[in-house]
Design a protein around this ligand. Structure first.
Ligand code: UDX
Length: 471
């Protein structure tokens, strides 16, 4: 089939549709369940790029609008700006169908049926609150550009009240447009699965027409039994920050227990197993260790506290201050433990740090606990060598003074101390005997409670971990 150029810079999806439909066996989707709509996505970072490609996978025609020209061009040439398992392959495949294109011209959004707003809401410098200027700019863009009666669907994590404000803005400037809020719950490292097969869909809407359109867009996961909750705007906005606050609280709860365990010589991993068997509690997100980081949990709980303050209900969320403080204390505790293990000073000692990303299966170093600890030790005079399967380049840009190694075995050479700070599978599978043969001193601190203490001790290592007894 001859591909014809389109205004999106991709290929003519109508000419392509027959072959595209034949190809679509991916992710278990069949031709009968192909619902074609024109969808725009504003903001093609982590959330937007994955969402755009996933929408194309289920058969929609998708245009991703991204103001960063280099990023848009990269995506259009199947170059992913981040590491996400399964995404590269999916992006190339979807670009190949002609249904997906990216660009930095907003005009192709003009006749969309729906436009998703997926821009970032980072923490404001020097404040707890979120910076919502990109969300406002996105709504201004749709007001200026979109001519069809499109549904404008917010996905970004925002302070409660944002959707109402956006709705007012559109009522004044583009009354033919309607707002809906559809928060996103994707996890980095599992973003493709979480987007194609979400565990729930939340539709914050003001009328039945908006709900119907959202049901059509998400016909596939809904047909597979994904629960749909239809709410008002504030509830939809709150669901996201409430969920992230709960997850952060769960992690900090077990890390608070970890602090107590350390003092009395108890084992926090056994404690977590034992309480986790209670179905009301559950074992997930009770992984004690260095705590949470990334682009979401830390900034979301802070923005939520800031918004609660503005609303006069700051007392209701004062516990989140403690959640944040417990989390940050884990990082200082890890630095302290390294000092203890190295006889009171880290100056001139070689510390091998395994992991730089904020969690495994990601190259994201935003508020990474691992990198925070590595940098603190560097600033205290240690010779720190960091390795990570995916995040070395990002980490080097942020902390050029750290030393980086491409492989764990290279990082471990002549180490006086090993810190496991991000629990990548390949680190969990390291052979303690082999590691023991290359280090200078056999000492390891497991910052994620991810290793089998016995096998390391059997190989002659001093094994220590946060929240576990010393032997
Ligand atoms: C999170 C939410 O899970 C997701 O629903 C939301 O859309 C975005 O924010 P993400 O930031 O990708 O996703 O990471 P997540 O898997 O939630 O982990 C967050 C942090 O908590 C990581 O640093 C991880 O290492 C840490 N964590 C997680 C723990 O310390 N212990 C645990 O038991 C689980």
């Amino acid at each position: 089939m001859v591909r014809q150029p389109t205004r999106y810079g991709g290929t003519n999806w109508l000419a392509e549709s027959e072959s595209a439909a034949r190809d679509r066996t991916h992710f278990g989707l069949t031709q009968e369940r192909w619902h074609q709509m024109k969808i725009g996505v504003i903001g093609c970072g982590y959330l937007g790029a994955v969402h755009a490609a996933c929408m194309s996978t289920v058969g929609h025609q998708v245009y991703g609008y991204e103001i960063d020209v280099a990023k848009a061009e990269g995506l259009n040439s199947a170059r992913t700006p981040f590491f996400e398992p399964g995404f590269d392959e999916m992006l190339s495949e979807q670009l190949g169908t002609g249904r997906l294109a990216f660009g930095s011209d907003p005009q192709p959004l003009a006749d969309c049926d729906a436009v998703f707003i997926c821009v970032g809401t980072p923490q404001l410098k020097g404040e707890l609150a979120a910076d919502t200027r990109y969300v406002t700019a996105a709504f201004e863009t749709v007001a200026d550009v979109v001519r069809s009666n499109a549904l404008i669907i917010g996905k970004s994590t925002v302070p409660v009240g944002t959707a109402d404000r956006a709705s007012q803005l559109l009522a004044e400037r583009a009354p033919h447009l309607t707002v809906a809020w559809n928060p996103e719950f994707l996890r980095e490292g599992k973003a493709v699965k979480d987007t194609l097969r979400p565990d729930r869909l939340v539709f914050g809407v003001e009328n039945e027409g908006s709900e119907e359109l959202l049901r059509e867009i998400y016909a596939d996961p809904i047909a597979d039994g994904c629960p749909v909750l239809v709410t008002d705007f504030p509830t939809a906005e709150l669901v996201k920050v409430a969920a992230n606050s709960f997850l952060a609280t769960k992690i900090s709860f077990i890390n608070a227990m970890s602090e107590v365990c350390e003092v009395v010589g108890a084992d926090v991993t056994q404690l977590a197993d034992a309480i986790g068997y209670d179905a009301r509690i559950g074992r997930s997100f009770l992984g004690a260790g260095l705590g949470f980081g990334g682009g979401c949990l830390p900034k979301d709980i802070r923005a939520f506290m800031a918004r609660a303050g503005e609303l006069g209900v700051d007392q209701a969320l004062s516990f989140l201050r403690e959640v944040d403080a417990i989390n940050m204390r884990r990082r200082s505790r890890m630095v302290e433990m390294a000092h203890e293990q190295l006889g009171g000073t880290v100056i001139g000692q070689r510390i091998a740090v395994l992991g730089a990303a904020f969690k495994p299966d990601s190259d994201d170093i935003r508020d990474s606990p691992a990198l925070n600890v590595a940098a603190q030790l560097l600033l205290r005079g240690a010779d720190v060598v960091v390795t990570d399967p995916q995040a070395v380049e990002n980490a080097r840009r942020k902390w050029p003074d750290l030393t980086f190694a491409d492989t764990p075995m290279e990082a471990l050479q002549k180490a006086d101390l090993i810190l496991l700070l991000t629990e990548w599978d390949e680190y969990k599978q390291l052979d303690p005997q082999q590691v023991g043969a290359v280090v200078r001193h056999k000492q390891i601190i497991d910052g994620r409670n991810a290793l089998d203490p016995q096998s390391w001790r059997d190989a002659g290592f001093v094994y220590r971990a946060l929240g576990r007894p010393r032997v």
